[in-house]
Design a protein around this ligand. Structure first.
Ligand SMILES: NC(=O)c1ccc[n+]([C@@H]2O[C@H](COP(=O)([O-])OP(=O)(O)OC[C@H]3O[C@@H](n4cnc5c(N)ncnc54)[C@H](O)[C@@H]3O)[C@@H](O)[C@H]2O)c1
Ligand SMILES: O=C(O)[C@H](O)CO
Length: 312
């Protein structure tokens, strides 16, 4: 059995891999492309390097399991994997703590207007009054996408006294369904996006949703940039009808230097940094890969198997 694995993960994996596994370590997509043809298993990324669709297309019919550290699968050629009959295991949970903490950072930064304070700091200007005066206690948040990350966001906001409503695809465990949140959007002070980018969620926040938000409410996106209609968001920010937006991912990435969102009023952009956490994240990814390898070889169910049709 042959596995094509990222050289960056070698220090975490090598001593723990079974001796009868034939391993090829790749350092670049080009190297992986040359190695993947007869592989049974491929780990296709270890940030910041990831394999391209082109590399995965070079895989043979023997490819049966693809592992990724990413939670979001929107950039993956799911059709290629489906055609290969391969199982894809994702990184849901690997960096959920780090990402959830960024969402809380967004809520706190919006409440206290940390952006305005830092700008005054950079001007060496002593502000006499707080630019942001919102206390989180007794405010309301809706977290659209209440999975690994969404639940952690909910727990953390609840500790600040925020009343949290979650939205899931199924509406299970007291959450709202995807068709139920729009009608009550105006009830919330914080609208947090933590769902996968799929055909159902792309541009889910457009002009109508932004208009329905409570005046002064903040939009926090730690999911994917394409879930927001940027033209509608720009118009809304320029009109000042919502408090502002805290955007971790954008569309596209990197956001071009001349993109109007950089200069839009009340908008903070954190360059998709939220998931770039400490080495703990890589340790979790390696540990999960090893557990899944054992399960794969024994023909048992693996963890974090993605639904290629659903897209997450
Ligand atoms: N900014 C980052 O660095 C970063 C890091 C990790 C994940 N992400 C993004 O966050 C997403 C969520 O990650 P996760 O680990 O919590 O995934 P998850 O699979 O654990 O949870 C996804 C949640 O979204 C819900 N959902 C699915 N479709 C929906 C819809 N149409 N409307 C409302 N809710 C819907 C699901 O029911 C589930 O509760 C990922 O798909 C990824 O795109 C971003
Ligand atoms: O999907 C993910 O895991 C993140 O976006 C990576 O930073």
């Amino acid at each position: 059995m042959k596995a094509v694995l990222p050289a960056l993960a070698r220090p975490l994996l090598e001593a723990k891999l079974p001796s009868d596994l034939d391993v090829a370590w790749w350092s670049s997509p080009a190297e992986a492309k040359a190695m993947i043809g007869d592989a049974d298993i491929a780990w296709v990324d270890m940030q910041p390097t990831k394999l391209t669709e082109d590399t995965l297309r070079a895989a043979g019919d023997g490819l049966k399991w693809v592992s990724t550290i990413y939670a979001g699968l929107d950039a993956f050629p799911l059709d290629v994997l489906r055609a290969r009959g391969a199982t894809l295991t994702n990184g849901v949970g690997i960096n959920a703590i780090a990402v959830a903490e960024y969402a809380v950072l967004g809520v706190l930064a919006g409440a206290k207007r940390l952006d305005e304070v830092i700008r005054a700091h950079d001007r060496a200007e002593w502000l006499r009054d707080a630019p942001g005066k919102i206390e989180l206690a007794d405010t309301k948040a809706i977290v659209i996408g209440y999975g690994a990350i969404g639940k952690l966001i909910g727990d953390r906001l609840a500790a600040f006294g925020v009343e949290v409503t979650g939205v899931t695809r199924s509406g299970s465990n007291g959450t709202l369904t995807p068709d139920a949140w729009r009608v009550c959007l105006g009830d919330y002070d914080w609208v947090v996006l933590a769902a996968p980018s799929t055909s159902e969620t792309k541009a889910m926040i457009g002009a109508a949703e932004l208009a329905a938000m409570k005046p002064g409410a903040w939009l926090i996106n730690i999911a994917r940039g394409d879930m927001i209609d940027d033209d509608a968001l720009l118009a809304t920010l320029n009109a000042g009808t919502i408090g502002g937006a805290f955007l971790d991912p954008t569309n596209p990435e990197p956001l071009p230097a001349d993109h109007p969102l950089w200069k839009a009023p009340n908008c903070m952009i954190t360059m998709h940094l939220s998931g770039r956490s400490q080495t703990k994240m890589f340790q979790r990814a390696a540990a999960m890969f090893l557990r899944n390898l054992e399960a794969f070889r024994a023909g048992r169910a693996m963890e974090n198997v993605a639904d290629l049709d659903r897209g997450y």
